[in-house]
Design a binder for this molecule. Sequence first.
Ligand code: GDP
Ligand code: IMO
Ligand code: MG
Length: 456
Amino acid sequence: YDGPNPRWRAGKLGDMAAGSLMVVGAQWGDEGKGKIVDLLAGGFPAVVRYNGGHNAGHTVKFEDKHFALHLVPSGIINPRARCFMGAGMVIDPMALVTEIDGLAAGGVTIGDRLTLSPRATLILPTHCALDAAREGALGTKKIGTTGRGIGPAYQDQAQRRGLRTHLLADPKRFEERARKLMAQHNVELERVFDATPMDLDEAMERLLAAAERVAPMLGDPGPEIRALHNAGQPILFEGAQGVLLDITWGTYPFVTSSSCLPASAAASCGVGVGLLGPVLGIMKAYVTRVGGGPFPTEDHGEVGERLRKAGHEFGTTTGRPRRCGWFDAVAARYAVDAAGIDAIALMKLDVLDGMEELKIATSYTDPEGRTVTTLPAEAEDVERLTPVYETVPGWSASTVGATSEDALPPQALEYLDRLETLLGVPIVVVSTGPRREETMTRGQGPVADLLRSRLA
Ligand code: GDP
Ligand code: IMO
Ligand code: MG
């Protein structure tokens, strides 16, 4: 495959990345990153999560087991993978403890396999209260956040008054600074939003109890990642959210507050960009979005309802129904370009089974009738776009659980080919069900080869 990135065009991975791989969401989140990271984790000694917080919900299903990961990298289910949480993340220590206990109850032994950067930003209970208060004040213009305090915590980091995870190992300093910051938050809650201030004694008690549990996990991921890399070991990087939710490249302001692009992984771990591998973009065979913001191909009728039902499109973190619509090749192409996506894993193909015809948005028109071929920077302008659809035949046979192209109907293969042509990058993984085994690799090229070698 003659991809857009000259580094891979030669058909060699070279020695730059030692077979490392970046997994990034290429739509508005919930593309199926958790499934792919879990599937690949067996082939990587280390898995690194680099952005976001417990706004993420990454689902892993196999046998009769079902896990929803929020902060912990999805690689943790694989008993051999070492997992790292980078400095670019925001950490609610109580949420982390709850998640770890839930994993242990589900039979996942973490032991010393999980390392948390001391430079990540802490989410305090007052951040969640501020998140709710700000959303309330926005009324119908609200972002539809997950209410986890993500935006207010990243805001404090940028404002240089945030608290960082290293404080969890220093209870005295932690308490002093946390009380001071939460008292400031309480002033804002009361004066700006007319909301009830938080009980700081109760909040502090919960924070200190969680700190004691989390402190032993603190450690800089950089030295270990560099050592693995220097020993020729590959690293799997797991992004949360997706390109269209990125703080800069997403449909701002209807975005999350972190950088979701793979390039931010190096900064999050404090390693050179040369350690990053090629980028596997994860996309659904259609589009979903949860929360507010523009979504050109959203279908409010029968099609949207059908996709939601067949795809069980309800949020992993908040349980909210996801908005659904046809595949948007313009937004997808934009994501491919912005994130430097080298190859695609196309998820949930099975959800399209039984649809007589499928639509793909190949451009938009604006209210003046002009053709638009990329996502405008202004969200209100995106809101006003009308998609121009190409209609392609659907298929009636079931693709559920298909593990090779031979098992796919010809129309499904044509759909994959058409998307590849529109996006300019190969689809190297097709997913046909939520479970590990309901997956196929396809095509040739460096990323396909890398995936096959890691899955072997
Ligand atoms: P993530 O946030 O990107 O990890 O994605 P989520 O876990 O939030 O949402 C993806 C949902 O789709 C989960 O419920 C998965 O179990 C499910 N899923 C993943 N791949 C497939 C697939 O190929 N087919 C079907 N039917 N479900 C899938
Ligand atoms: P994963 O990693 C889907 C959305 C929220 C809201 C906006 C801002 O599972 O793909 P925030 O709480 O981050 O301030 O909310 O971003 N959002 C997600 N949507 N998947 C996610 O994560 C999301 N994380 C945040 O719904 O629209
Ligand atoms: Mg999710």
